[in-house]
Design a protein around this ligand. Sequence first.
Ligand code: ADP
Length: 527
Amino acid sequence: MTTERTGIVFNHRGGVGHSAAVGLIAVALGAIVFYIDTFTEIEGAIAVLYVIVLLLASEIVTRAGLFLTVAVCIALAVASYVLTHGPDTDLQTFLRLAVSLSALAITMALLLRNEMFRSELLAKNAAIRDSEARYRSIFDRARVALWERDYSQVRSFLMELKGTGISDLRQHAHNHPEVIDRCINLVRTVAANEAAVELLGPLSADGSPGSMARYIASGDLAFLNLMDAIFNEQTYFEGRGNVTTESGETKLVLLSVSFPEDPAAFNRVVVGMVDITQRELTQMALDEARAELTKASKAATVGALSASLAHELNQPLGAIVVNAQTLLRWLDRDPPDLTAVSRSAERIIRDSQRASEIIQNTRNLLSQKESKAEWIDLYALVHETRALMEQDLQRDAILVDVVLSANVPLVKGVRIELQQVMINLMTNAIQAINGANCAIRRITVGIQPLESDKVSLSIRDSGPGISDEAAGKLFAPFYTTKSSGMGMGLSICRSTLEHRGGRLDGFNHPAGGAVFEITLPVEDRHE
Ligand code: ADP
């Protein structure tokens, strides 16, 4: 709305010629009224006729012009009155003048009010035009495919069905599949923006609206969902569906429709569509790749677990063989030393149980079952582990010192797992001491509480320490510097501890030898 209020011509209808004609008639009429009022003997409120002059002027002048006109008319009426009656005026003639002036004032007021309403109407119309233009430009330029569709007929049809007592449209369509096609045919496309034309093709060869049957397959169930939304008088619908483009290509689209509250507005419902065909294909490829990866990683896990099992079982099986040989030797004695035989047999049973627990734990890992966590006294566990390795330690003349700090809390974890880690680290320590043929043959196990609910268990040996070459690769699977090593021990130990919220670090002690430090949370975070 840019026109100024005062600049509006009242009730303007024609061109310049029309205005000039109306202007002349108004001036002539004014002159005639003035003449009759002033120079004839006709008694009556002749000046009332100035109202016609005012009405004519309102056709061609602006608001200021109208004020001027009314002022002139009043001046003429008063002038006639003065000229006709002079100073000796009577009540009757004065009342006639008053009636004429009132008529002019009322007409003026009505014209002004009329003009105000008209201006407001014009402003509203302009605002509607603006918003329509804005909507058009958004509709046309949006990069989302948009259509204006006429759902009024399909709505009426669905409401009629409802009126006949049908309450479940899906059930009804199941029994009468032709209903879906009827609905498809009743939806008309009124307009489509550029993106929509790119997606489905032009409305029709001549650009005229057509039914949806061109894009939607007969009996399409996704379309039934949309109809069901209208049937149940929902305010919006979102769904996926297949559409066939002008070139015959089938596309998967995401459909979004917002229904108007007013049933009369169903003749222009905006429908948005996003082509998700490519996204869906990519997703399918991704899912397939993921499935392949899962298969591959399962195979890798089985491989790693077999390697781990082979490694972990080595120690108890070795111990069983040694104990069995010892047992046979005691039996071969004459007379057999039955006490020693029984001791060896007990060791065999103990190591067999440990082997069985290792297998059980691995099976739990495979079946994703959690092994049982319990409160563990680390000091007791270290002693128990040392007892298990007693033969190796004695054979290689290695001493084990246990240094226990004050206030070490119990830790929650899986006992067999922690024991396996310790056996691995102690076996490495023994091998390091043996490998370097060290004179001092000692393993020191330290247990101490750390800040923030953690406990440290370190195993230090008197071996040569970790070589510079090995330092960066210690925990890498299959890294070994030993001729008969598998290189799995440290990698298994670290992942076992990390799985339970702990960690394992290896470094050289400043005074010589390697240190492997286990850090355990007091509570098993996995629980
Ligand atoms: P493996 O014992 O089969 O070699 P590990 O993973 O247990 O496998 O150890 C990997 C490597 O780390 C060993 O080959 C060795 O070079 C080094 N290492 C492990 N423990 C020690 C230790 N206590 N002292 C020195 N080096 C060690």
